[in-house]
Ligand binder design. Structure first.
Ligand code: NAD
Length: 480
């Protein structure tokens, strides 16, 4: 049994209460590690350490800060195989995906912001002969980051990297469902020589330590990624305290396939966008709208590929579809499949729990599921399922495609597949989403604004947006 510890003031230590939660390997259903159930005493300890570390870290030259973060990125890159394996065990995702996406992006995030901070500049506004304004962008101080289980280290580093690069000190809470890689990461921080107290990692459940972080008066900003319901709760706590908030929430993303798309590559990419990470990526396209003339042909080719996905042990290199993250999450996904049937949906493939042979026979596997015959208004098409479930529906023209796409409370991401360039640009303008992909999906440039509109969140991450979030602008006005 592995024991995970908190990371406070540069030390790996158990929670002061000595209380631990069980951590389950999704592919087997077995408890394999224990994680701290941290409380307010642990938080006070972490805040005191962060406070002590702040003057030196925020006052350090940008070059020195960037150098330390680059060393950290190197350590993460060197450990990428170990991290990918740990992520596959902890989350249930295929190890090939964990290598190509999760551990790769963890080091890329840190390296990107180590470089970005050296290029960060602030504004100046001339008042002609009267004077000049310039804007200082100082670190906020102690900031909190709270991240989810679907891309554990990827999203954890996506938040802490800009926060640290901008000169803040951080109290970070990874998901209690997937704590392992954040724990391994804390050891890499020590190895890379990150000064004590600059980053403090507290493990535990959201309702306890997560809520305590949001409530703490000395933590001035919160960057959160997770579900919309949790985001609402968090906003209700933080708003009266006037905290700066970045909320990256749920999605119900539409995929728009037009008859003039590149057929083969579109089918490949749309399968990937629906089922990557077992559909547990906030950007996955779970409502697939297909222009009527190619509906049947697309459906047939799509189903053929979905049925070919290799479901298996996440630790086998050939596996394309692993386990769902937990028993409660699997139960939730299965309950949505039952709901879809009750709502009149026809399951074209999948729709059930899979029992594998051997090591994974008690794991949380659900077959990739494709459903048709459901209207936009039903719960299956309105609510985020966050699993390997998508629906297919035909449409007849551009206006109908846009209105179907925009017809939920969410607005995170969408993808458009067509060779008609002017249509693509016109639709991109009309689609109510923070991210529009044209003939691609999950093509990421870390400089671009990342985030959603409507119930998918408030604020943007990535590039300058993240550095602006993690700094406080102060205008200085000088009269000549
Ligand atoms: P979640 O909301 O249950 O938990 C997210 C984090 O918040 C966890 O660390 C959890 O412990 C913590 N938390 C829970 N209650 C809290 C509280 N009261 N106060 C403070 N923290 C609390 O989400 P999840 O199930 O871990 O992740 C899945 C969700 O995340 C999906 O809805 C998905 O769409 C969303 N997501 C969004 C993005 C994005 O960029 N928009 C990216 C990934 C995942």
């Amino acid at each position: 049994m592995q024991i995970i510890n908190n990371f406070i003031d540069g030390e790996l230590i158990p929670p002061s209460s000595q209380q631990f939660l069980e951590n389950v390997e999704p592919a087997t259903g077995n408890v394999y590690s224990q994680i701290p159930e941290s409380n307010r005493d642990d938080l006070s300890h972490a805040v005191a350490a962060a406070k002590k570390a702040l003057p030196e870290w925020s006052g350090m030259s940008i070059e020195d800060r960037a150098r330390i973060l680059t060393r950290l990125a190197d350590e993460v890159e060197n450990a990428s195989d170990e991290l990918a394996k740990a992520e596959a065990i902890d989350n249930g995702k295929p190890i090939s995906l964990a290598k190509a996406v999760d551990s790769y992006r963890a080091s890329a995030n840190i390296r990107f912001f180590a470089q970005a901070i050296t290029q960060f500049s602030s504004e100046s506004h001339s008042m002609g002969n009267e004077g000049i304004n310039y804007t200082l962008r100082d670190p906020i101080g102690i900031v909190g980051t709270i991240s989810p289980w679907n891309l554990p280290l990827y999203l954890f580093t996506w938040k802490i990297a800009p926060a640290l690069a901008a000169g803040n000190v951080v109290i970070a809470k990874p998901s209690e469902v997937t704590p392992m890689t954040a724990f391994l990461f804390s050891k890499l921080c020590v190895k890379a020589g990150l000064p004590r107290g600059v980053l403090n990692i507290l493990h535990g459940s959201g309702g306890n330590i997560g809520q305590a972080i949001v409530e703490h008066p000395e933590i001035k900003a919160i960057s959160f990624t997770g579900g919309t319901a949790t985001g609402k709760k968090l906003a209700a706590t933080a708003a009266p305290m006037f905290k700066k908030l970045s909320l990256e929430l749920g999605g119900k993303n539409p995929t728009l396939v037009f008859a003039d798309c590149d057929f083969e590559s579109t089918v490949n990419q749309v399968v990937r966008s629906a089922f990557a990470n077992q559909g547990q990526i906030c950007l996955c396209g779970s409502r697939i709208y297909i222009e009527r003339p190619i509906y049947e042909k697309f459906k047939e080719a799509f189903l053929r590929q979905v049925e070919d996905l290799k479901i298996g042990d996440p630790l086998e290199l050939s596996t394309q579809h692993g386990a769902l993250v937990s028993q409660p999450h699997m139960d939730k996904v299965l309950s949505y499949i039952e709901l879809a049937k009750k709502e009149g949906g026809q399951v074209l493939t999948g729709g059930e729990r899979i029992t594998l042979k051997g090591r994974c026979e008690t794991g949380f596997f659900v077959s990739p599921t494709v459903i048709e015959g459901l209207p936009l208004s039903c719960r299956t098409n309105q609510e985020e399922i966050f699993g390997p479930v998508c629906t297919l529906q035909p449409f007849d023209n551009d206006d109908e495609a846009v209105s179907l796409a925009n017809g939920t409370e969410y607005g995170l991401a969408t993808s458009v597949w067509s060779n008609n360039l002017s249509r693509c640009h016109r639709l991109a303008k009309q689609l109510d989403f923070g991210i529009v992909w044209i003939n691609c999906w999950l093509q990421r440039d870390l400089r671009t604004p990342f985030g959603g509109v409507k119930a998918s969140g408030v604020g943007r991450e990535g590039g300058l947006e993240a550095l602006r979030f993690f700094t406080e602008p102060k205008n200085v006005c000088v009269k000549y």
